[in-house]
Design a protein. Sequence first.
Lengths: 289, 289, 226, 226
Amino acid sequence: MKAKTFLYFTKEASIGLSRNGLMSLAAVTTVAFSLIILGCFFIVITNCIHFAEMAKGVLELKVYLKENVDPAPLQAAISEFKGVEEVRFVSKEEGAEWLEKSLGVKNLFVTADNPLPDTLDIRLDPKVNVKKLVKQLDSLDGIDEVAYGKTFVEAMLIIIQIIGVLGICLITIIGLVVLYIIVNTIRLTVLARWKEIEIMKLVGATDWFIRWPFMLEGIFIGVCGTIISLLLLTKGYHLLYAYIKEAAPFIPVLSEKIVNYRMFWLITMVGVAFGAVGSTWSIKKFLRV
Amino acid sequence: MKAKTFLYFTKEASIGLSRNGLMSLAAVTTVAFSLIILGCFFIVITNCIHFAEMAKGVLELKVYLKENVDPAPLQAAISEFKGVEEVRFVSKEEGAEWLEKSLGVKNLFVTADNPLPDTLDIRLDPKVNVKKLVKQLDSLDGIDEVAYGKTFVEAMLIIIQIIGVLGICLITIIGLVVLYIIVNTIRLTVLARWKEIEIMKLVGATDWFIRWPFMLEGIFIGVCGTIISLLLLTKGYHLLYAYIKEAAPFIPVLSEKIVNYRMFWLITMVGVAFGAVGSTWSIKKFLRV
Amino acid sequence: MIQFQRVSKTYSNKTIALTGIDLFIEKGEFVFLVGPSGAGKTTFIKLVIRRELPTEGQVLIGRKNLSLMKNHEIPIFRRNIGVIFQDYKLLPNKTVFENVAFALEVIEASRKDVLKQVPAVLELVGLKDKAKVFPTELSGGEQQRVSLARAIVNRPLLLLADEPTGNLDPDTSWGIMDLLMEINKRGTTIVMATHNKNIVDRMRRRVVALENGQIVRDEQKGVYDI
Amino acid sequence: MIQFQRVSKTYSNKTIALTGIDLFIEKGEFVFLVGPSGAGKTTFIKLVIRRELPTEGQVLIGRKNLSLMKNHEIPIFRRNIGVIFQDYKLLPNKTVFENVAFALEVIEASRKDVLKQVPAVLELVGLKDKAKVFPTELSGGEQQRVSLARAIVNRPLLLLADEPTGNLDPDTSWGIMDLLMEINKRGTTIVMATHNKNIVDRMRRRVVALENGQIVRDEQKGVYDI
Ligand SMILES: Nc1ncnc2c1ncn2[C@@H]1O[C@H](COP(=O)(O)OP(=O)(O)OP(=O)(O)O)[C@@H](O)[C@H]1O
Ligand SMILES: Nc1ncnc2c1ncn2[C@@H]1O[C@H](COP(=O)(O)OP(=O)(O)OP(=O)(O)O)[C@@H](O)[C@H]1O
Ligand SMILES: [Mg+2]
Ligand SMILES: [Mg+2]
């Protein structure tokens, strides 16, 4: 293709857009708004997943040891189990200290024997299979009970997993839907102009000659929609970020930089690529003249 | 309007839809898909809010009493505070029992004095202002410490509040966006046919005579989109519900009946009403002939 | 019936289509509007049906001043005028039958009337066989006749025909002219813009000649050329 | 140049437009295609530019059998044919200049050629002033001349004119006919479907008369009627 011809296509595309002003506007705004939906979902879901990841960091199992058992070999054995990240020994004295502190009383066991067991605190890998691990622990000698927070840990792990699965399902569905809307919107603008395509063919234009300006129009609509939606989304996330940091600083929100960076790629790809695909695919039917 | 004329309009609308088959199809699917997005959001957000509401039910503050203080008047006074739902007295003996049970040891304090304080367990109203309540409690005579879970309770309350606010914001934004997409899609189908409108006007048709069939077409597109999206959404929620009940029965998911009921109204209103508005509003411009 | 008082029309792109037109056409007249391409014939017709408003002067139809007409009056007003458009202006999504019927539907005619009159008028223009066909499936001349059929189906008081025989062979054209004369005899005022010299010369009716947006000739029993 | 071998065309709605057409048109000929409305003239032209395919028989243009032509060959093929369409087929979003230039753009002519030839051909058809105007802002006759300008701007080997004077006054029509004869003299084959008796009778060229989709007459130096 000659440079001159490409220039011509670009000119054609921009003329086409401006002379179909109302249609172009409708298409750009629809694309922008669809991308905003995608972006909103993306922000919510990536943050949920991030939140869940963070939550994994606090998961723990407690193992109570029988009296007078040497913790070292047990600690070493447990460290090897699948799904275990770290094993920490907490002696009965440390346990009493912790209990005193958290109950707000002093000298809890000065007049009596310390009845607390020695403990191993196990920090879990998020990919752990808790049931299997508990079985393994139970089968060890010297262990009295695997107890504290078992159901809580199990529940947390499942919730985290569900958030991940649902999040990815949802973003995929919404992504496809948004794609479809974009392609369809551009399709509607092309449908309205099928007569032009017929005329062009009758005058001797090749398919590519007709397709290029339409494709560039589609890309341009995609680009405009992308820019508008990115501006609104980054602004929106900026406000949201500030709001949450202010209202609930303990919630782990993804930094603006990370979100904007990922969102930029997602939205740009979806918007621009499918603007082009939408128009190209739409005129196909009308080229058979 | 004569019945005959209305019949004519309905016939016109259905003819218009079928003879613009491709356009109608594109419009119906776009509307359906936009409504699916709205529905997905609705499902996620109502369930989050529901989850948060459930979480509120477990919020508690603990107040440790000084030794030998009569709990009854304090209990009565605290019951009157704003944000307090219920106050329960837990004696030091009950406290010891609970501690024994949760530590898995027996006869914790048989050889010693029970060093635990008497306690008042306060169940909170979700709309509580925790800081203010704690101040009020601190100022009471006979109270040693307001302690257990203070920051946790505060954090939970804020998270619940944020979920509520963000959820409503999001559903509003998405609702508006979906509306816009629907109106715009129908607008595109009308834009493509402005010449027809001009011709009708030149032959002596009144604005209403032209508007009715377009409006009915818009409504019909809305209805079709609504039906398709509701079918897919209820089916989808059915699967999701089963999945979560299976994988994580402890998560409080809204029943299908409630979700379907609310969703039905939301989607139907948005789809149908704005189908009509979309087309009516779109032809306005072209009626000035 | 039609009265133009110092009417000028300049389009929004500054094209001057008509300037200082003064014309009176009586009820029941048959007037040929002639003139070279771009003289302003179609613009004249657009002014009569209030598709455009004059930039200067007044257009009066009956006793109505079109510039003062309210929006809701326009459709009612147009129902008394039949127009054969130069570009036919058929509804692409309606069949031939439906296109013609549309002129009756807008006046909420009864189903019976529609079923009686539409086939009758299609018969008149020779398109009985094409009732169920869409305009895109018609030849040029057939489309022109559909436009004619729609214009006359509700027996308007005024018939405006913009080049109604441009795509018709001489025989069919004469058939159409006979039809128009028949309608004219029943009292309908007819204004026909045309380039067909043969027809104008043989009919010897009033001829108004436009050139560059001005009336250059207005003769009773005139001919196409000077 | 054009060869029809027992060609029949039935449209998808079962309308029989042409039946058993046998015709040979030599390079450089000037042929009038006449016949009543709906006789099949436009269908004939559509077959020549491969807008439609014959349901029976063969259409050969040059040495090409159109039924066997591959998809990618069609645009190239069409560039050697200029067509004045009965309904003009102008691009509504392009100005007059751009519409005419389009026929040059598709063959990737240089900017210089476009800027030279388009104004020249617009001058020829008398639309120099209207270059920057959109088709919707033109009169019927002006649109027809734009279609003509586009058809001749790239000097095609074959020119198909479907009722090219239908919306033109006699003077302008003769101007256009002079232009066509000029082009014909330079070697371009011309097939012109027309209802204009005056023109056919005065030019005395080959006349092919269609009726009901069949050739009923084929005379050298013929006239419109029998
Ligand atoms: N919508 C429009 N906008 C701008 N200019 C217009 C418009 N319609 C017509 N014109 C111009 O106004 C002038 C008169 O046009 P009009 O259509 O009335 O001519 P006409 O006599 O009907 O010609 P023809 O015989 O070719 O149909 C022409 O120069 C034309 O270009
Ligand atoms: N696309 C189409 N689909 C179906 N039938 C068609 C189509 N185009 C034309 N016809 C029919 O085929 C026949 C021949 O049409 P054609 O357009 O060739 O006539 P024509 O000789 O050009 O007439 P005119 O002088 O009125 O333009 C007509 O009966 C017409 O109704
Ligand atoms: Mg005109
Ligand atoms: Mg024809």
